[in-house]
Design a protein around this ligand. Structure first.
Ligand code: AQP
Length: 329
């Protein structure tokens, strides 16, 4: 079986973008692939986190994975900081990555601009940790949203560099970017991606937002004065809503355009809101139930980490040997 690795940071409450761009697709992949789904808490601390929020979000994120349909028995689900091999491999790979490569990353440029004068070195090194995550498991495919494509290309470059200096060690991973849902945009500024750390909460829908909040945010979503439901770059707000409806309903943007011919934005927005509520409500119910069952969650992340450590350690030992470190035994 081919190997899949993917993860989400518990750096904020999860958005519809994270769900449609990542989790919803993972669910479809679990039967065909050997999947590792990680809660990447080490990545989350590249920006400031409140300890109690980080704890809450980490368990909530794991609950969302399960509630969305990722079956614990079929996949390896774990918390990144429970597998110390990630940090260790990241250090090694740091020494095979150039400063220029890291400072060119769009995410670094965006986030460091937001952090002002105190940018953590971890933010620059973020993609190296991501490379470690992926390469430790011999990953073939990485299902991510479009925003992560650049980081994945860097992972491939680092892996090829290491393989070239020593001998083939890492599998070169491919991005797996879904056509639909690859980039859900901010509801208020549809030129920007929907992001869990955005400042304006009207710009994003959270997976845990109650129905009335979802309705309100969709109603307020920026559209235009043209009044036609058309899938075009000239109407980025409407296009984004069509995308959302299309992914949830599994129908094409063209079918949506046809259906709403002659109908106004009010009806369209109402249907988008209902579709989101219909998709998220059952997940929310399950998350609320799971989150109270700490023992069950622990049993999942414990056995996941055990399995992950075993595989990760094998790769790490290989890396160290090739670099020239003396094995302990
Ligand atoms: N707007 C989006 N549309 C589609 N996919 C998205 N993803 C994120 N935003 C969208 C995908 O979600 C996964 C998890 O992302 P992450 O938590 O590792 O970090 P991120 O990509 O930086 O996501 P956010 O929500 O923007 O987080 P913050 O604000 O903390 O940086 C990835 O597969 C990503 O592609």
């Amino acid at each position: 079986k081919k190997v899949i690795f993917s993860g989400i940071q518990p750096s904020g409450d999860l958005t519809l973008g994270n769900y449609l761009g990542a989790i919803k697709n993972w669910v479809k992949l679990q039967d065909e692939y050997d999947c590792y789904f990680c809660v990447v808490d080490l990545h989350a601390i590249t920006v400031k986190q409140e300890p109690k929020d980080l704890r809450r979000r980490t368990l909530e994120l794991l609950s969302i994975y399960i509630a969305s349909g990722i079956v614990p028995e079929k996949n390896t689900m774990f918390i990144q900081s429970h597998v110390p091999q990630h940090s260790e491999a990241a250090w090694l790979l740091n020494c095979f990555t150039y400063m220029g490569e890291l400072s060119r990353m769009t995410q670094f440029k965006d986030k460091s601009a937001k952090s002002g004068s105190s940018v953590a070195a971890g933010l620059l090194n973020y993609p190296v940790l991501m490379a470690a995550d992926i390469l430790l498991y011999g990953t073939d495919l990485v299902p991510v949203g479009k925003d992560q494509k650049q980081h994945l290309e860097l992972t491939r470059d680092i892996a090829e560099r290491f393989n070239g200096i020593y001998s083939p060690t890492f599998t070169i991973p491919e991005p797996y970017i879904p056509e639909a849902g690859a980039k859900i945009m901010d509801l208020q500024e549809p030129s920007k991606k929907m992001s869990k750390s955005a400042d304006n909460p009207n710009g994003f829908i959270l997976i845990m937002d109650p129905p009335d909040v979802i309705k309100k945010k969709i109603n307020r979503a920026v559209t235009d004065s043209l009044g036609i439901v058309k899938y075009t770059d000239d109407q980025p707000g409407v296009k984004n809503l069509i995308n959302i409806l299309s992914v949830i309903k599994g129908i094409t943007p063209m079918e949506i355009e046809n259906y709403y011919q002659g109908k106004g934005y009010a009806e369209f927005k109402n249907d988008v809101a209902e579709a989101i509520i219909g998709e998220l409500s059952p997940i929310q119910e399950k998350v609320k139930e799971l989150i109270t069952n700490k023992e069950y969650l622990q049993s999942i992340y414990k056995s996941g980490a055990e399995k992950a450590r075993y595989v990760a350690n094998k790769t790490l030992r290989k890396m160290k040997k090739k670099i020239g470190f003396i094995p302990e035994e």
